[in-house]
Design a protein around this ligand. Structure first.
Ligand code: ADP
Length: 597
């Protein structure tokens, strides 16, 4: 039924803001605020770690000087102890830095995931139709994982290696500023290579994320639809589709790896050239004449030690860019508009008279209107049966009552008040829904009957609802009764049992308005009868809008409306419409000849 839906999210495609990287990163840092203590501890760790690098170079200088001056005996114990001390401090620094940074990062991911999910349940129905489930799941899992990488690694490298660079450079300048200046001339060259690589990484990681979504999309569809795939021989098609998605993913990953692998040796080569030039100068007597052998060795060592942190600093870019690309998609999601709820009218319990006046409706991204000029009045407690061909607009009409979508033209009122004026949650708490595709959650039968607002219902009420829904019989026979787990989407129950649980849920809700999307699936006579009487119990004293397939519902309905191409072409009672001998009479005759009474 979603043939007019474009399966891509327009928000995502239209927002490649080039200079917003820093902004996104700062917004991400906003999530770090609450863990400032951990961050501080982790920074302390990094400071300890990076202070030990120049300390090592200084120790080396000391060793060389001691050896070349022949004063070994005095320092024989001191030097090994100093080495141990340096590594103990460095080790503690590594632990503090790494562990507390992980604390920070996991908190951020936790916060992002929970706020995304909290957002998700508040989004309008149209959003759920506009994005494949796999893409959505990838956002919640893969994208947030990318953010972990970005936060931990990037901050760690920037702080730890950054501080190491500062420490080592300061030491070098202190030792011989002229030589250091020479060395520093090479740094801009490294910067150029880095900025080139970073741009490329950013483009690639967006691509990889999209490809990643593709892999999960295809897989989740194939998993959900495995029966259809098997029966209709779709495995080849699905395999090919998955192959393509996985192939695209592999290609992008490799490309990313190639850039990364090239990036490292190029930066290393530039560093080596710098080192070669440095040594050439350092060996000239005019520059290094007043340096001791220890000074000289320590200086070269410090310059050599700069290689690793600088390399890591250049590498951090790709991680950072990945994280930024992922946060981009996360923040786009978090910035989406929630379902509007501007209603102010508070209600406890509606009476349930519903009136449509010249109402028209178009789906947000559809071209044609799904409903045109609907005029209908349904008094409280009565039953309206919507009949008509599939795709004619029956479900759409039902879905507008709980405001899953906003009406375009005309009005829809309940008890004389526009539905937009009611507070959304209060409006919905007055409506019960039994879907054709019964939705059960992975939990116990009790959890499924007493779902959502009904969570605090008493055991007696749950049992009474189950009885009225003709479900108590089979529930009692289960080993664990109400506490039996139903499996994901109720796979452990039969179709008829699932339906009766859904009916029990609606009975327990005891709402004045009931929307009933009757199942068309063939049930055995036993379940059919059990469900019919359960439905009769449910519909009693409620305003019911039934998308009707069952002859009994249709015939007993107070009003029958025939919907065709989004319009109501006939309305009246069963006998009135039969007497009219129009579309309804035709439908009725068809059904009678198809369904053996
Ligand atoms: P029925 O319940 O009578 O089978 P629907 O109300 O589901 O019909 O559909 C009415 C029309 O609205 C159809 O043309 C269908 O393609 C379109 N439609 C249904 N759902 C959506 C949606 N989420 N987005 C866009 N168009 C939709």
């Amino acid at each position: 039924m979603q043939d007019k839906v474009t399966p891509s999210s327009p928000q995502q495609a239209s927002k490649p803001a080039p200079q917003s990287g820093a902004k996104i990163y700062f917004r991400l840092l906003g999530y770090v605020k609450s863990s400032w203590l951990y961050l501080l501890l982790s920074i302390l760790g990094y400071v300890m770690y990076s202070a030990m690098e120049p300390a090592l170079a200084a120790l080396l200088k000391h060793i060389v000087d001691v050896v070349s001056e022949g004063k070994i005996t005095e320092s024989r114990l001191l030097i090994p102890l100093a080495i141990l001390a340096i590594f103990v401090v460095r080790g503690i620094g590594t632990f503090l830095g790494g562990y507390f940074m992980a604390q920070v990062a996991n908190k951020v991911v936790f916060d992002l995931r929970t706020s995304m999910f909290n957002k998700l349940v508040l989004l309008p129905s149209s959003y759920y139709h506009s994005i494949p489930t796999g893409r959505l799941l990838a956002k919640l899992t893969y994208d947030t994982e990318q953010v972990i990488g970005s936060i931990t690694q990037a901050i760690r490298v920037i702080l730890r290696e950054g501080l190491t660079v500062v420490g080592l450079l300061s030491y070098m300048i202190y030792m011989n500023w002229r030589l250091s200046l020479l060395f520093l001339l090479v740094v801009p060259l490294i910067g150029l290579v880095v900025s080139y690589a970073s741009k490329r990484f950013r483009r690639l990681s967006t691509r990889i994320q999209n490809a990643m979504g593709g892999v999960t999309d295809v897989a989740s569809e194939a998993i959900k639809g495995h029966e259809v795939v098997k029966i209709f021989g779709g495995s080849r098609y699905e395999t090919e589709r998955f192959y393509k998605a996985a192939y695209e993913n592999r290609r992008s990953q490799l490309k990313m790896e190639k850039t990364k692998s090239l990036n490292v040796p190029i930066v290393q080569f530039i560093l080596a050239s710098a080192m070669a030039i440095l040594i050439w100068f350092a060996l000239s007597p005019s520059i290094s004449s007043n340096m001791t052998p220890g000074d000289f060795i320590a200086f070269i060592t410090a310059a050599g030690m700069l290689g690793k942190p600088i390399r890591q600093l250049t590498d951090v870019n790709s991680i950072l860019q990945k994280g930024i690309a992922a946060s981009h998609s996360i923040f786009d999601f978090l910035d989406m508009e929630e379902e509007a709820d501007n209603g102010t009218v508070s209600i406890d319990r509606l009476k349930g008279s519903i009136e449509w006046k010249s109402m028209s409706f178009k789906y947000p991204n559809a071209e044609k209107r799904a409903l045109k000029n609907i005029n209908l009045s349904l008094p409280a407690g009565k039953t309206l049966a919507l009949v008509g061909r599939s795709g004619s607009g029956k479900s759409t009409m039902a879905n507008l009552i709980p405001r899953f979508y906003d009406i375009e033209d005309g009005s829809l009122t309940i008890d004389g008040i526009l539905i937009d004026d009611y507070k959304l949650t209060e409006l919905r708490s007055n409506i019960a829904l039994v879907n054709q595709q019964v939705v059960l959650f992975n939990g116990t039968i009790r959890d499924n009957i007493a779902y959502g607002y009904l969570r605090d219902a008493s055991e007696e009420d749950v049992i009474a609802a189950a009885k009225a829904a003709n479900a108590w019989g089979f529930i009692q026979e289960l080993d664990e009764g109400l506490d039996t787990m139903v499996g994901e989407n109720g796979v452990l129950l039969s179709g008829g049992q699932r339906q009766r649980i859904a009916i029990a849920r609606a009975i327990l809700k005891n709402a004045p308005i009931l929307i009933l999307d009757e199942a068309t699936s063939a049930l055995d006579t036993e379940s059919e009868r059990a469900i019919q009487s359960a439905l009769d119990n449910l519909m009693e004293n409620r305003t019911t809008i039934a998308i009707a397939h069952r002859l009994s519902t249709i015939e007993n309905a107070d009003i029958i409306a025939v919907v065709d191409h989004g319009e109501i072409i006939e309305q009246g009672s069963h006998s009135e419409l039969l007497a009219l001998d129009g579309a309804y009479a035709q439908l009725h005759n068809q059904q009678f000849s198809e369904i053996p009474a």
